[in-house]
Design a protein around this ligand. Structure first.
Ligand SMILES: Nc1ncnc2c1ncn2[C@@H]1O[C@H](COP(=O)(O)OP(=O)(O)OP(=O)(O)O)[C@@H](O)[C@H]1O
Length: 239
């Protein structure tokens, strides 16, 4: 069954075309990384899938639902790049508030589980305004996971996190039977989530395939993976 459907989508900001006829699909349980340079259209793609922006043309659905509907929102967890939990509330209050909005059953045990998982236990009563950037990011991830979403849209999820936290979080993500679309600039981060990548530039698909194909090419040509990706992004290389 298809969990993410994104077909021939275009999106303009005024006259600026941010997404240009982009198409991709993910079956339920599949994962893919969205890679591209600054301004490629990664965040816009995720915002459209999260129902925050409407496309100007094309068709988009989450498990068959329009992304802006409650049916879709119930099953989606969206982490924006600049996630900002409520500053004046504590860690626990943020989780309580969003958990209640999402209608989470057994909210207390879910909050305890997520605070433990993300190493936020000692900060439960600390206001967000007093948290470090990394701990704010951990809370943002906990808020995304609070309702156990089946489709995860993650924009630069490991930003600001220390290595042990990155490990704990990626391990937990792998244990979920969810569908993942992860946006990142960094190939090594993409690889921690998935083997499949979609490279975009100027809102268009440049390449879609398996990271292993790029690694094989890298070995054959003695050019680094990052270098190859840069060339693919710039349209100077086709695999
Ligand atoms: N609110 C906006 N108003 C006008 N233009 C915008 C707006 N948001 C994004 N854009 C433009 O749309 C294009 C795609 O932006 P987007 O943020 O989706 O790219 P991105 O791949 O996520 O970039 P980055 O890696 O830098 O975060 C860029 O040219 C950007 O300048």
């Amino acid at each position: 069954m298809e969990c993410i459907h994104f077909e021939q989508v275009s999106k303009y900001y005024g006259k600026k075309r941010a997404i240009d006829g982009l198409t991709f699909r993910l079956d339920c349980g599949e994962s893919m990384a969205l890679i591209g340079p600054n301004g490629a259209g990664k965040s816009t793609t995720l915002k459209i899938l999260a129902g925050i922006l409407k496309p100007d043309s094309g068709s988009v659905s989450i498990s068959g639902y329009d992304p802006s509907t409650n049916d879709a929102r119930k099953i989606v967890g969206y982490l924006p790049e600049d996630a900002a939990p409520y500053f004046t509330l504590s860690v626990r209050e943020n989780l309580e508030y969003i958990g209640a909005l999402r209608g989470v059953q057994n909210l207390n045990s879910r909050m305890d589980f997520l605070m433990e998982l993300l190493g936020l236990g000692n900060y439960r009563n600390v206001k967000v305004s007093a948290l470090s950037r990394g701990n704010r990011q951990k809370l943002a991830i906990a808020l995304v996971l609070i309702h156990d979403p089946k489709v995860l849209l993650l924009d630069e999820p490991l930003n600001y996190l220390d290595i042990p936290s990155q490990e704990a979080i990626t391990k937990y993500f792998h244990s979920l039977k969810a569908t993942f679309l992860v946006s990142t600039h960094i190939m090594s981060i993409a690889e921690r989530f998935t083997s499949r990548i979609l490279i975009i530039n100027n809102g268009r698909k440049v390449w879609e395939g398996d990271i292993q194909q790029i690694k094989d090419q890298s070995n054959r040509s003695n050019v680094s993976v990052e270098d190859l990706i840069t060339r693919i992004m710039g349209g100077q290389l086709e695999l």
